[in-house]
Design a binder for this molecule. Structure first.
Ligand code: ADP
Length: 325
């Protein structure tokens, strides 16, 4: 449905995007995740035809966005980071204006009413946009992206500046839209990707450093599992015994204690569940276990790992694309 091939965007000697390629299929909800300055907005602006790439191409359903912009853009609804709303218009006036602008041919009243309902704007439809809260203005921005019922909806940092309640509402709205549309959103917030997206493309310094299912990213990157375990026994006794277990790759003491238990971090050999062996070893030595919890498998840790790795590989020079399939 969306195909980006070898996208490069250069500002002077600075590469905002450096040979980025990906494909997104129908019905996917994909998060473009990266720190500020990673190149997310640049990628989104190129995908939507707002910006031309220095080189590379984007096609939407096989239609090149630069060669046939009108046909390609018909399939796209875009919410830029700054929603393009007119403060002096009421919500309904504005949606009618966007309807005209897009040359929409759907039943006007039914279509706009449906959008008002989906975006939960019915109660404020006659209010001036300038008098709405930031959360409502964001929903108006989302509503304009829905005009014309595009197959693909692209959101650039859709929850920036919203309060926690508004963030949840916007995320729920995006999830709902994901049932009927292909959705791409950019964010620098890991929890947002975990909450909303099935797939994540991680971008750093203009390069894709991972592209995986959100749920599988952990396995893909780490190849094993890490646990924090609290054992009522000294590191000098525990470490030799546990590190000799076949399923354990590494154990170290954190130096911290919880009551009379010492806290350790244990890492399994890739693809192995070491918990039963850990339990048996501690049990046969009569070392009580008072806690076991998974650590280091959240996206935050993975992200830091990936960014560190990509920087090691590139050494801050012209970057190479790394994929973690
Ligand atoms: P993100 O959306 O991930 O925060 P951007 O795509 O906005 O990142 O920016 C990527 C890089 O390109 C940054 O280093 C930014 O400073 C640079 N950049 C973006 N737009 C311009 C511009 N118009 N002129 C010069 N540099 C730019």
């Amino acid at each position: 449905m969306i195909k980006a091939e070898n996208l490069v965007k250069r500002y002077g000697s600075n590469y905002a995007l450096n040979d980025v390629s990906f494909e997104i299929g129908e019905g996917e909800i994909v998060g473009l995740l990266g720190p500020n300055g990673a190149g997310k907005s640049t990628a989104m602006n190129i995908l939507t035809g707002y910006l031309s790439a220095t080189s590379g191409s984007v096609s939407i359903n096989g239609v090149d966005i630069l060669e046939h912009p009108i046909d390609a853009k018909k399939n796209i609804g875009f919410l830029p980071e700054q929603p393009p709303v007119y403060p002096e218009m009421t919500v309904i006036e504005y949606l009618n204006f966007v309807y005209e602008l897009k040359g929409c041919d759907l039943d006007r009243e039914a279509h706009i009413n449906e959008i008002l309902s989906v975006a939960k704007l019915v109660d404020v439809k006659k209010r001036l946009i300038k008098n709405l809260s930031k959360g409502y203005r964001q929903r108006v921005g989302i509503a304009q992206a829905l005009v014309g019922d595009p197959k693909i909806i692209i959101f650039d940092e859709p929850t920036v500046g919203l309060d926690p309640k508004q963030i949840l509402e916007v995320r729920n709205l995006i999830r709902t839209l994901g049932r009927r549309h292909t959705v791409i959103l950019s964010t620098h917030i890991l929890a947002e990707v975990q909450a909303v997206c099935e797939r994540v493309i991680i971008i750093n310094k203009g390069n894709i450093i991972a592209d995986a299912k959100t749920s599988e990213l952990t396995k893909t990157i780490e190849g094993g599992y890490r646990y924090e375990i609290k054992i009522c026994a000294q590191p000098k006794d525990v470490i030799p015994v546990i590190s000799a277990l076949g399923s354990v790759k590494k154990i170290e003491s954190t130096g911290a204690k919880d009551a009379d238990a010492f806290i350790y971090i244990v890492e399994s050999t890739p693809g192995v569940d070491m918990r039963k062996q850990l339990f048996s070893a501690c049990s046969s030595n009569q070392w009580p276990i008072i806690g076991l919890s998974a650590v280091g498998t959240d996206l935050e840790t993975i992200f830091i790992n990936l960014v560190d790795r990509s920087e090691e590989v590139t050494g801050g020079k012209k970057n190479k694309t790394r994929r973690a399939h």
